[in-house]
Design a protein around this ligand. Structure first.
Ligand code: HEC
Length: 131
């Protein structure tokens, strides 16, 4: 019986590893495609604004980052749907934005968004008002 449960556990965890919304896989995509321009801690400034706390917040919300007028006035809330569109084609969602990077693969986008969600949980708890 114990052996049976162990086998079940292995099977279900390996299924999870291949499912969409894999934040660990998303973190790897982020390291390759996003980290050159985006920090992941509150207040970290690169070419782009930090993405700490970005999930669930309004676009253009990092106080001391100079956004394009387009993103500054877009008033989007970054959730699964808006981030998916953004990552597929930033200027298609916000015409005039200065971010030109896109992620063509749907699974990559879902994993990235899952990773961004993990950054919001901590950032919101630590420094919600400053974002
Ligand atoms: C070449 C630099 C660069 C790369 C690479 C890049 N970005 Fe950006 N990103 C930017 C810039 C610049 C902005 C601000 C755009 C504006 O003001 O119009 C931005 C904005 C954003 C925003 C909106 C932030 C906010 O506060 O509203 C998100 C979310 C985002 N990027 C996610 C990503 C993800 C995820 C990746 C990896 C696939 C990525 N970016 C890759 C430069 C980059």
């Amino acid at each position: 019986m114990a052996a049976c449960a162990a086998v079940l556990a292995v099977v279900s965890s390996s299924t999870l590893a291949f499912a969409a919304d894999d934040s660990v896989a998303g973190q790897k995509v982020f390291a390759v495609r996003c980290a050159s321009c985006h920090g992941t801690t509150v207040g970290e400034k690169k070419i782009g604004p930090t993405v700490a706390g970005v999930f669930g917040h309004e676009s253009g919300g990092v106080a001391d980052f100079r956004y394009s007028p387009a993103l500054k006035s877009a008033h989007l809330t970054w959730d699964n749907a808006t981030l998916d569109k953004w990552l597929q084609n930033p200027s298609g969602l916000v015409r005039g934005t200065t971010m030109f990077v896109n992620v063509p693969g749907s699974a990559d986008r879902q994993n990235l968004i899952a990773y961004l969600r993990t950054l919001s949980a901590g950032a919101n708890a630590a420094a919600a008002p400053t974002r």
